[in-house]
Design a protein around this ligand. Structure first.
Ligand code: PMP
Length: 311
């Protein structure tokens, strides 16, 4: 039966209301899971959803799973197929958010030994619009929370436990009247947003913090670095960035699956550049929007097109 309320759990497609876990589930207590956020972008003219960089998301999920000793009976290719099949069954004709979760499913609470715990894979697909309003430049706050160091918890992959910090930072920023939080490293350099990587533009040069500043190795970040090089002829520099450089930059923007490319117009009540979406940021937004909706043939290898069969 086709329909939107389907998930994948325990090795098969199940109705969303049957996709349940026991309260003893290890991941629920200890954050022992890796997840992904993937977008499927609906292209009305072509009647297709384009899933953006599906394989790369699963490669990252498997890297996170390896660290947590989550053993799944699936390869990255298997996971891509499971996703396409589920999207097909759901039959959405709109933008979707695809949420895979590789988790310690063992129903054992007082056990901290990863090698003794069984694992499972869950997948859900939800309709999804914009995450942050990126038709305008947003207002950010330097968070009082610091991005954890990789030596405290692996930061280059999406482990659920790490999101406690992101959630504290985002909540603090929103409750203080801002749109997003910027997290610094423990020694005070720029790391990233609560759910986005960060770039600055100064005198036509574009820079972004490197892996050693504990940011997530974002797939949008990687895509933007490639698009800057190939479409704008600008080589993005990965380097350590001081907080004060953000105040003085011509442009600052954030990148992420949910946030796409979002301009930052203000940080800590200081205007960045003109305070509006900057010239390069605007160009990158346009290029990126065409690529992720399957409208640039040069980058179709980044897109998995799915024509919905369900309804
Ligand atoms: N940093 C954090 C903390 C995130 O949660 C995300 C969203 N996945 C990103 C950066 C951007 O990563 P990606 O471009 O792969 O979505």
């Amino acid at each position: 039966m086709a329909g939107q309320g389907w998930a994948f759990l325990g090795g098969k497609q199940v109705r969303i209301e049957d996709a349940k876990v026991n309260i003893m589930t290890h991941a629920l207590h200890y954050g022992t899971s890796a997840f992904e956020g993937i977008r499927g972008n609906w292209n009305q003219e072509q009647g297709k959803t384009f899933i953006f960089r599906l394989r790369e998301h699963y490669e990252r999920l498997l890297r996170g799973s390896k660290i947590l000793k989550i053993e799944l009976p699936y390869s990255a290719d298997d996971l891509c197929k499971i996703t396409v099949d589920l999207l097909d069954r759901c039959g959405y004709r709109q933008d979707v958010y695809i949420r895979p979760l590789a988790f310690k499913s063992a129903e054992r609470v007082a056990n901290l030994k990863l090698h003794e715990l069984d694992s499972d894979f869950a997948l859900m697909i939800l309709p999804f619009g914009s995450y942050i309003d990126n038709d305008r430049a947003i207002r950010c706050q330097s968070s009082s929370w610091r991005r954890p160091e990789d030596s405290m918890m692996p930061t280059g992959v999406k482990l659920t436990g790490l999101y406690t910090t992101s959630i504290l930072a985002k909540t603090e920023a929103i409750m203080a009247g801002f749109d997003e939080a910027i997290l610094l490293t423990n020694d005070g350099h720029v790391s990233e947003g609560s759910g986005e990587n960060l770039f600055i533009v100064q005198n036509g040069r574009i820079s972004t913090p490197g892996e050693t500043d504990n940011c997530l190795l974002g797939i949008t970040r990687d895509s933007v670095i490639t698009l800057c090089r190939k479409e704008l002829g600008i080589e993005v520099i990965e380097r350590r960035i001081h907080r004060s450089e953000l105040y003085l930059a011509d442009e600052v923007f954030l990148t992420g699956t949910a946030a796409h490319v979002t301009s930052v117009g203000e940080l800590d009540n200081r205007r960045i550049g003109t305070g509006a979406i900057g010239k390069l940021t605007g160009q990158i937004q346009e290029i990126y929007a065409r690529v992720v909706t399957g409208r640039n043939p040069k980058y179709l290898h980044w897109c998995t097109g799915v024509t919905p069969a369900g309804g």
